[in-house]
Design a protein around this ligand. Structure first.
Ligand code: PMP
Length: 413
């Protein structure tokens, strides 16, 4: 069965779709933080951040189902649902972030964020962080070094300026140097509040503050890509940018906000929204449809009702402590970092990234029934970003299994 699906994929789908694990997984059912394969085996999902409030959460499923039975149309008709959803979202954000746009993916949201920034500044040049990923469209590949500097990529276009991933607040100087070198007008700066494909990075305290100040002084706008980090995932704050004491001009949302239903959103200030309102209509056929709004609203309600942010903080602390203990015992673990349920375990040996070992551990953990992934420029960072209901018992299991694997002879060679 699995072989047939693999072969069929190659036949009918583009071949640059990747597949997780050496032994691919055929999952047929999901329930909260668990996935089940075609033989009924349960896997603890420690990887899929999209199913934020849990795979197939009953309240979200019911909201979608009820709304699908009733009506699903677009933003050209009056709807109270979209207002309620937009108001619920903006209530979670600081002033002056008060105007919402709804689209269908993180990529669409980042595209729209760039259009807003360009309309507001009449400029194009962007500063981005090295190794960043912001989406799959032509323009977003241009601002995603992870893609344009990788296989098949053609490098950055002239309007994109790459700043190094910061190791300390002083690395803000790198952005300031870039600003001094950019000959044309600046459009803005975009960064994930905790860079994920770059390897689950926590930005140094003070870095974003200095960068935002400098970018604004140069006439640019600051965009926070919260596609992976928002909605309480980091535990200490609802939005990851809040951790650094900054307020972006544009916030980009995706993945978790629809819990698997395709929803993206952009939230900005009235001033920027007014600049974008330049006579050209903005319309997305599916963006902000009734079903998406009902689902989006339900997801946000579940996050709040089930206090998932504080849950992420306590389970995240347990994981961080446990992983740091493992780090004491196993030299190959060179760093453990993150916040809440957004964590990374970096592996290295003799000063080199331990890419093969990371890959082997992720594959062995899958065999043990726990789903993880790897990322970072050298794919040597084990990524932990589970659905938020991930429990203390799940964390215990993950730590025990991981500890056993790191102790197995030959495993870390
Ligand atoms: N921004 C970030 C930070 C992402 O991680 C992703 C998806 N991995 C995107 C944007 C693009 O989102 P989508 O795949 O929904 O288009």
């Amino acid at each position: 069965m699995m072989m047939r699906i693999e072969e069929d994929r190659k036949r009918v789908l583009g071949r640059n779709l990747s597949i997780a694990y050496e032994k691919p997984l055929h999952v047929v059912r999901g329930e909260m933080q668990y996935l089940y394969d075609d033989e009924g085996r349960r896997y603890v999902d420690a990887y899929n951040n999209v199913a934020h409030v849990g795979h197939c959460h009953p309240k979200v499923v019911a909201a979608g189902h009820e709304q699908m039975k009733l009506l699903n149309t677009n933003t050209r008709y009056l709807s109270e649902l979209i207002i309620r959803y937009a108001e619920s979202l903006t209530r979670t954000l600081p002033d002056p972030l008060s105007v919402c746009y709804f689209v269908n993916s993180g990529s669409e949201a980042n595209e729209l964020a760039l259009r807003l920034a360009r309309a507001h500044t009449n400029a194009r040049d962007m500063i981005v962080l090295d190794h960043a990923y912001h989406g799959n469209t032509t323009t977003l590949i241009d601002i995603s070094p992870y893609k344009h500097d990788g296989p098949g990529g053609e490098g950055a276009p002239a309007w994109v300026h790459k700043a190094r991933l910061p190791a300390s607040a002083d690395d803000a100087e790198d952005v300031i140097d870039l600003l001094a070198r950019i000959q044309t007008k600046l459009c803005g700066f975009i960064a994930e509040s905790m860079p994920s494909v770059a390897g689950q990075i926590v930005l140094p305290d003070g870095y974003l503050k200095r960068v935002y100040e400098a970018v604004r002084l140069a006439g640019g706008v600051c965009i926070a890509d919260e596609v992976q980090t928002g909605y309480g995932r980091i535990g200490t704050h609802f939005w990851a940018f809040e951790k650094y004491g900054v307020v972006p001009d544009i916030v980009v949302l995706g993945k978790p906000i629809g819990n698997g239903h395709p929803i993206g959103a952009v939230i900005t200030t009235r001033e920027i929204a007014d600049s974008f309102n330049n006579g050209m209509e903005f319309f997305s056929t599916f963006g902000g449809n009734n079903v998406s709004c009902a689902i989006g609203l339900a997801v946000l309600e579940v996050v709040q009702e089930e206090k998932l942010q504080s849950h992420a903080l306590t389970v995240g602390k347990q994981l961080l402590n446990g992983l740091r203990e493992l780090q004491q015992q196993h030299e190959i673990i060179t760093d453990v970092r993150g916040s809440g349920l957004f964590l990374g375990v970096e592996l290295g040996k003799d000063g080199e990234p331990a890419t093969l070992v990371s890959n082997r551990i992720a594959n062995r953990m899958r065999e043990e029934g726990i789903l993880l992934g790897t990322d970072g420029p050298f794919h040597n960072v084990i990524k932990i970003r589970p659905p938020m209901p991930f429990s203390h018992a799940d964390a215990d299991l993950l730590l025990t299994k991981m500890g056993q694997l790191f102790s197995e002879p030959g495993q870390t060679i």
